[in-house]
Design a protein around this ligand. Structure first.
Ligand SMILES: NC(=O)c1ccc[n+]([C@@H]2O[C@H](COP(=O)([O-])OP(=O)(O)OC[C@H]3O[C@@H](n4cnc5c(N)ncnc54)[C@H](OP(=O)(O)O)[C@@H]3O)[C@@H](O)[C@H]2O)c1
Length: 314
C-alpha cells in the first residue's frame, strides 16, 4: 500500500508550523500530493496551477487538514502571469521557506510561446527560472528550492540556439531537454547560493514513473485514460510515492546542507555527464536571463566567487 509522502521520506515527525511553501503545479499529481504532505506537517501552502476548480479543491483539502492554504493561478507559458504570481506571493509572505518548482508536463504539439520560446522549454524550465529569480528577495535565509526533473534528462543536449524554434519538433526530445535544464539550473542555483555564503539550498529530483498523475494527458486518443487506469494498479508507483523525494528535499534535516544535487528515491544520484558540465550550466543560466530580458540572477554572487578563485573566471 502507498505510504504518505512524508512517511516514505522519513519526515513524518517534522513540524513545519510557521513556514510557508509554494508548490507549483499542485492542482494534480505529484505536486498535489506534496502540497498535502507539507500541509499535514503544518506549513502554510500556496497551491499553483491553471485549473481553478482543481486548485480550490486542493485548498479545501488542505484547510480540512487544518493548514492555511491559498490557490494562486498562473499560466507558465505567460511571462506576465509568472511575474504577477511572484508579486502576489511576495506581498503575501514575509518569507518563503520552500519553493517547489514542480509544474510541468509533456506536450505533444510543437509550438512557441508568446515570448517566441519552444513551449516545453518555457513551461518546464524558463518559468521556474523566472519565478525563482523574482522570488529571491523573499526567500528565507535557509530556504529550499526543490525542482522536479526526471530521469528523462539523460540522453539529450540543449542547443541553446534552437530553443526559439520548433523545426523538427520531437515531443520527447523537447521534454528531455527541459528536464536536463532542470538539473543544470539546480546545479547553477546551488553554486550561486553557496557563493553568496548563504544557507539556502537548491536540489532536484526524479519522482519515478507515475502513470496515475495527469502527466500523460496530451497523448492521443484513449491513451490518457488507459495510462491513468494503469496508475490505479496496486503495484504501480503512485503520485504519493512520486512526491516522497520532493518532500524529503523540502523538509529532511539530513539534506539541510546539501545543494546543487540530483536525487531519486530520497537518495543522491549522479545525473548525466552533460548535466554536470559547469560551462553548460552557466550558459543555460545566462541564456535564460537573455530570453526573459532580465539581469542575470545572483550575478554578484559568482562575480565575487570568481574574484576569489581566478580559475573560475571567464
Ligand atoms: N508522471 C511522471 O511519470 C513523471 C516522471 C518524471 C517527472 N515528472 C515531472 O513531475 C512534475 C509533475 O508532473 P505530474 O506527473 O504530477 O503531472 P500532472 O498531474 O499533469 O501535474 C502537472 C502540474 O503542472 C501544472 N502545469 C502544467 N502545465 C502548466 C502551465 N502551462 N502553467 C501552469 N501550470 C502548469 C498542472 O496544473 P494545471 O493543469 O492546473 O495547469 C499540474 O498541476 C512535472 O514537472 C513532470 O515533468 C513526472
Amino acid at each position: 500500500m502507498t505510504q504518505r509522502p512524508e512517511a516514505a521520506a522519513g519526515v513524518a515527525d517534522a513540524d513545519l508550523d510557521g513556514t510557508t511553501a509554494l508548490v507549483t503545479g499542485s492542482t494534480s499529481g505529484i505536486g498535489r500530493e506534496a502540497a498535502l504532505a507539507l500541509g499535514r506537517l503544518g506549513a502554510e501552502v500556496l497551491v499553483h496551477g491553471r485549473d481553478e476548480a482543481a486548485g480550490e479543491a486542493v485548498v479545501t483539502e488542505l484547510e480540512g487538514l487544518g493548514a492555511d492554504a491559498r490557490f494562486l493561478p498562473a499560466d507558465f507559458a505567460d511571462v506576465g502571469a509568472v511575474r504577477t504570481l511572484a508579486d502576489v506571493v511576495s506581498s503575501h509572505v514575509d518569507e518563503l521557506d520552500v519553493l517547489a518548482n514542480n509544474a510541468g508536463g509533456y506536450f505533444r504539439e510543437g509550438r512557441l510561446t508568446d515570448l517566441g520560446v519552444e513551449y516545453t522549454f518555457h513551461v518546464n524550465h524558463l518559468a521556474g527560472y523566472q519565478l525563482t529569480a523574482d522570488l529571491l528577495p523573499v526567500l528565507a535565509d535557509d530556504a529550499r528550492v526543490v525542482t522536479t526533473s526526471s530521469a528523462a534528462h539523460r540522453g539529450d543536449q540543449i542547443d541553446l540556439d534552437a530553443v526559439e524554434s520548433v523545426d523538427d519538433y520531437s515531443s520527447f526530445g523537447a521534454y528531455q531537454r527541459s528536464k536536463l535544464a532542470n538539473v543544470q539550473f539546480t546545479a547553477e542555483l546551488g553554486r550561486r547560493f553557496e557563493a553568496a555564503s548563504g544557507t539556502r539550498t537548491a536540489n532536484c529530483l526524479h519522482p519515478g514513473a507515475i502513470p496515475g498523475s495527469g502527466f500523460f494527458r496530451s497523448l492521443p486518443g484513449p491513451l490518457p485514460r488507459l495510462v491513468k487506469s494503469l496508475g490505479r494498479l496496486p503495484f504501480v508507483t503512485s503520485p504519493a510515492d512520486g512526491a516522497a523525494t520532493l518532500v524529503y528535499l523540502a523538509v529532511a534535516d539530513r539534506v539541510a546542507d546539501t545543494t546543487g544535487r540530483y536525487f531519486a528515491d530520497c537518495a543522491p544520484e549522479t545525473p548525466a555527464d552533460v548535466a554536470r558540465d559547469p560551462e553548460a550550466q552557466r550558459r543555460l543560466w545566462e541564456r535564460s536571463a537573455d530570453l526573459l530580458g532580465i539581469d542575470e540572477p545572483l550575478a554578484q554572487a559568482v562575480a565575487t566567487d570568481a574574484d576569489a578563485d581566478p580559475a573560475r573566471a571567464d
